[in-house]
Design a protein around this ligand. Structure first.
Ligand code: PEP
Ligand code: MG
Length: 754
């Protein structure tokens, strides 16, 4: 059964459009369940109705014509109740509706299951049988499993179909991901396909078919030659059996088979890479389906060959537009920083990535550069997005493809409004961050990138609250040397001097991998991260500490911050390394004072160890991003649970509030450097709780400063008291929104699209 399931999903997944996906699906299910009818009804949320979209067994003329409002008929009932319905005698059921066009009266038994994806009703799968058959438990289990598996595939296929046939199911489609960098943009999708990935080749209509055919031939010739040469090189080293594979490859690439088919596809109106991808995919699917081990293994060979030819084709085209559209929305499976650099900044409207999270390197850079970004958008039909008109909403983590006129107009207005607000706020950026009742709230910035514009920032801030050293490690190809690090840190310390700069020791692990130091773990966020890694690699930590210390010579504005601390021993060990670094440098004739050291409070355990920690270090800095993740047990990178990662959860707020009170009692300076500090409402809460400083992305400064300058400390304290009475994140958000509106600060909230 598992094998049948796997095959069906593979086929549906590989289908090129909605129709093929659906028709494959119903046919395979009918066959697997040995039943008379299998149909799929699509749920149209905008009309709250179900439409018969595909059937095998009912009259095909009824497709598109049988429509059931939610809750009506058996199918409507399944969708409404969101649970399976298994009937031996469907006609006896009070909800049975008869549609003459289907010829349905002949069928007695009925089994319907809903298809739900990410809580969204997508449709209903139905099997029927002429005689009175009670579908048994295993039938029901099969169909339910099928529906659960098909949810994601179908969500994708529906969208792909939508894009293929605008208007058929409503052209506008919304994809949800993780809000990774705020802001909104309207523009043209430009898909950056990773080289030689058959699944991400965009569809393009060729301007010159003969040229496409000629370069296809060239690419195939090249690959044949490569394979021949490789075969010769390896002839003496591999077995005859393995060598025979080279022969098979040569044959596959031979004139008749692959080449002719791809040429045919080009003549039908596809450019060479797209045509190749289509043909290879079809062959692969076919081979994977056959019940023959030898042949199904050949699927991998065909795919491999396809990729080789594609790589050759792409070398020529490089697959990047010569001129990027005026407002380019870069879309890709994985957007690298290098890709980002290819688009001129003034043309780069936004970023969308299938993989990654708001903490991915690219997202961090995007935020620093002010590029609206949505990450972790699954179900994205990449090839179809090339050239599509899209609206990107980085506040809510949404990508709307082919927006309707009303929606686009609404977003245009919002973007204009947001720009006007930014300009307005800019005027007060040189004014102190001080409440109307005279409370000074120091604002600091989070840095880590060369793009951080220092000069204009300096007079507006009290220092750098978090310099993420790992960013420069992430863009390097090996661990940066002591000298290289020293130069970077010196630059940072000098630029902000005499303001303090809090440098965090290398915080890798979790989702922050170094290409040259991969960490593969089942639960990376609970694994080898931050100080756990650097204490295990004292050579790496010592180089970094020495570089920091040397960089601070004569400036005296360095502070060191330890990430991911769980136990006091880790602090002790780190301090021992720091002391050793100071001594070693002194031995080399470099005299430096030991800088102040702080601990990041981001592992919940530290909240219960503030006393012992305070005896060891000079300050605390709360990493609210990780603290939220660990308190709520929500992976901060997983787009499926992104809605649950909310620093305004009452549990998080209560922990923060207690922590601020305790730190004060211990006379320990405590700041917050997570995203919550950069959110105007969050900043007011943190101020009200009594935190000493807030560190944020430079682009968040204007909104936070504006909020602080308008709300008294007393009012912020009241706000804290009121929010701490609430039971759910939703209630907290509503209260914060209402209060900000009341203070006429509604413009500081993410603009509403309603
Ligand atoms: C945090 O965890 O809140 C934090 C500031 O650090 P990072 O986001 O780099 O993990
Ligand atoms: Mg952290």
């Amino acid at each position: 059964m598992l094998e049948v399931l796997r095959r069906i999903i593979l086929e549906v997944n590989g289908a090129r459009n909605l129709e093929v996906a659906l028709s494959t699906m119903v046919r395979r299910i009918r066959k697997a369940m040995l039943t008379d009818v299998c149909s799929f009804y699509l749920y149209e949320p905008e009309h709250e109705q179900l439409v018969l979209m595909e059937t095998i067994g009912l009259r095909t003329q009824s497709v598109g014509h049988v429509i059931l409002p939610l809750g009506e008929g058996l199918v409507g009932l399944v969708a409404k109740r969101e649970e399976p319905l298994n009937l031996e005698d469907a006609q006896a059921h009070p909800r049975f509706c008869y549609f003459a066009s289907t010829g349905e009266e002949r069928y007695f038994s009925f089994l319907g299951v809903p298809i739900i994806h990410q809580r969204r009703m997508l449709g209903v799968l139905v099997v029927q049988q002429a005689d009175k058959r009670r579908y048994n438990e295993s039938d029901e289990a099969f169909l339910v499993t099928m529906a659960a598996q098909l949810g994601g595939v179908l969500a994708h296929a529906i969208v792909t179909g939508n894009l293929n046939r605008p208007g058929a199911l409503g052209g506008q489609v919304t994809f949800h991901g993780v809000a990774a960098s705020p802001g909104m943009a309207i523009g043209e999708g430009v898909v950056i396909a990773p080289l030689a990935d058959l699944d991400s080749v965009p569809d393009l209509i060729p301007t010159d078919q003969e040229f496409e055919i000629a370069r296809l031939k060239d690419a195939i010739d090249h690959v044949r030659e490569d394979i021949r040469a490789a075969g010769e090189r390896l002839a003496s080293r591999i077995s005859t059996q393995e060598l025979a594979l080279f022969e098979v490859y040569q044959q596959m690439l031979g004139e008749a088979a692959l080449y002719q088919e791809v040429v045919k596809r080009i003549r039908e109106g596809q450019w060479a890479p797209g045509a190749l991808a289509d043909v290879v995919r079809r062959h692969v699917q076919y081979l994977e389906r056959v019940d023959d081990d030898y042949l199904s293994e050949r699927a991998a060979d065909v795919r491999d060959l396809g990729r080789r030819v594609l790589a050759n084709l792409q070398e020529e085209t490089v697959d990047r537009p010569a001129v990027y559209p005026e407002s380019t929305i870069l879309v890709g499976d994985e957007i690298s920083v290098a890709m980002l650099g290819e688009v001129p900044r003034e043309r780069l409207g936004g970023l969308v990535s299938v993989n990654g999270s708001s903490n991915s390197h690219v997202a961090i850079i995007a935020r620093a550069m002010g590029i609206p970004t949505v990450m972790g958008v699954s179900d994205l039909p990449l090839p179809r997005l090339n050239g599509a008109n899209v609206v990107l909403d980085g506040h809510r983590g949404r990508l709307i493809v082919r927006p309707g006129e009303d929606l686009e107009t609404r977003y245009r207005a919002l973007i204009k409004e947001e720009r006007a607000i930014s300009e307005l706020l800019e005027h007060e950026q040189d004014l102190p961050s001080c409440t109307p009742d005279g409370h000074e709230m120091p604002l600091l910035v989070n840095t880590g990138l060369a793009v951080d514009a220092v000069a204009s920032l300096k007079p507006r801030i009290s220092g750098v609250g978090l310099y993420r050293t790992e960013v420069s490690f992430m863009v390097a190809e090996r661990f940066p040397s002591e000298q290289e690090q020293m130069r970077l840190y010196r630059d940072q310390l000098e630029s902000f001097s005499p303001l303090p700069v809090v440098m965090r020791t290398l915080d890798i692990g979790g989702d922050k991998d170094l290409p040259y130091f991969p960490i593969n773990e089942a639960n990376p966020f609970l694994g080898w991260r931050g100080i756990r890694v650097t204490l295990d690699h004292p050579e790496v930590m010592m180089v970094q500490l020495r570089a920091m210390l040397q960089a601070s010579q004569g400036l005296n504005n360095l502070r060191i911050l330890l990430p991911m601390v769980t136990n006091v021993e880790e602090v002790d060990d780190a301090l021992r390394l720091l002391d050793r670094a100071v001594v070693e440098l002194a031995e080399d004739g470099i005299e430096v004072d030991r800088p102040r050291v702080g601990v990041m409070l981001e592992v919940p355990a530290t909240l219960y160890q503030l006393g012992p920690l305070s005896q060891r270090v000079d300050f605390f800095s709360v990493g609210s991003n990780d603290l939220t993740q660990y308190l709520l047990a929500v992976d901060r990178n997983n787009s499926r649970v992104a809605d649950l990662h909310d620093a305004c959860h009452p549990a998080v707020l209560s922990a923060l509030s207690r922590l601020a009170i305790e730190a004060r009692a211990l006379e320990m300076p405590v700041s917050v450097c997570g995203e919550l500090a950069g959110d105007p409402a969050g900043a007011l809460l943190l101020m009200g709780m009594g935190f000493d400083a807030l560190s944020m992305n430079a682009l968040s400064l204007p909104r936070v400063r504006a909020a602080i300058r308008r709300v008294s400390l007393a009012a912020a304290q009241q706000l804290v008291d009121d929010t701490l009475m609430l039971d759910s994140p939703q209630e907290v958000r509503l209260l914060l929104e209402a209060r900000l509106q009341g203070w006429e600060l509604g413009h500081l909230l993410p603009p509403s699209t309603d």
